[in-house]
Design a protein around this ligand. Sequence first.
Ligand code: C6P
Length: 416
Amino acid sequence: MNKVIVNSGLKAFDVEKIRSDFPILHIKVHGKPLCYFDNAATTQKPKVVIDKLVEFYSSMNANIHRGVHYLSVVSTKAYEDSRVKIKKFINASSEKEIIFTKGTTDSINLVAGSFARGKLRDGDEIIITGMEHHSNIVPWQLIANEKNIKLRVVPITDNGEIVFEEFVKMINGKTKLISVVYVSNSLGTVNPVEEIIEAAHNHNIPVFLDGAQAIQHLNVDVRKLDCDFFAFSGHKIYGPTGIGVLYGKEKLLNELPPYQGGGDMISKVTFEETTFNTLPYKFEAGTPNIADAIALGTAIDYISGIGIDAISKHESELLEYATEKISGLEEVKIIGNAKRKSSVLSFVIENIHPHDVGTFLDFEGVAIRTGHHCTQPVMDRFHIPATSRASFALYNTKEEIDVLVSGLKKIIEVFK
Ligand code: C6P
């Protein structure tokens, strides 16, 4: 593949060098070079992240916050160093605002459980949008059913953008939380989160951002955004699975009751009464996912070394290139045409089920996702059962997109 070096005031972006950092990108699938376009589901891991996991279990493994012995001190320091890296990466005010979770889903469930227990009353309302992932619908529904809370849904346009005026109209005295996806995983829409936050804060309503598809593509500065909560998953930002982050403003987190009880989240326990640990430990009950938290720090170092702005620029070029090529196929319809999009290209092909598209492309070595992408209400909104989705990452190239497009042309020909 050709070497693509982009240098326009940003850090030099050498995609071939980046590709050489990811061992899995060099395997063959059905005898063909792998073109991995399922990055919105999970990203591949650079060797430094894989090596960090091996290093942890080979030379650092011990439980944290509990031992005075050498290994415990080393692993505790590495775990807490990772928290500091994440704090800096998203520009939080303090490490106390960075809670390790299992991932975005776990982070949303944490706030749904804790916030609802601490703050919500009968008749209160939560606003979400029509393009949420199931993870930002179901946890609120569970609470809504339990506490008689109303979930209100902002409609979306045919282009896949929220109807902002409708959102503003929905805000009222009963609204207690607004929880929105920053970047839609099935449409690619980048939501106007700055405006959403401003409108919400004019009414003193906190905003939760589902950042699962934002953190790896956009420069996220939680202080500049002024969001109250922000969630992301490690595995979507080149880190391991089973680890994620909940950011919350310190003042708000302090006001919330614990989500789960157990070791490490307590200050003192008697049979009569328990007092809780300070932040962030109040929300990290039990032995956490130590190795993966540390390797997530390594992934953040890796991304920071390349520069998120350079990554963003590269991915925008890929999205633009793929959109142009795929729009040129008359049988293909793109689902999600928002003015501001990020790295996700969803489409349907006349008379061919997305699962057939996915299976056919797989034999060409091309990995895409097909289905409802855990956003069934989005599929309902567009009156389709599923889409095919190609999602791009920092290591993808235009040559790989050419392979995807030629695969699509073949399948269209075959099904004719
Ligand atoms: N979307 C996709 O293929 P977890 O599973 O907890 O890491 O992330 C959940 C989640 C929450 N919000 C958004 C916007 C997401 O895209 C996801 C995960 C994957 O699109 C798997 S369904």
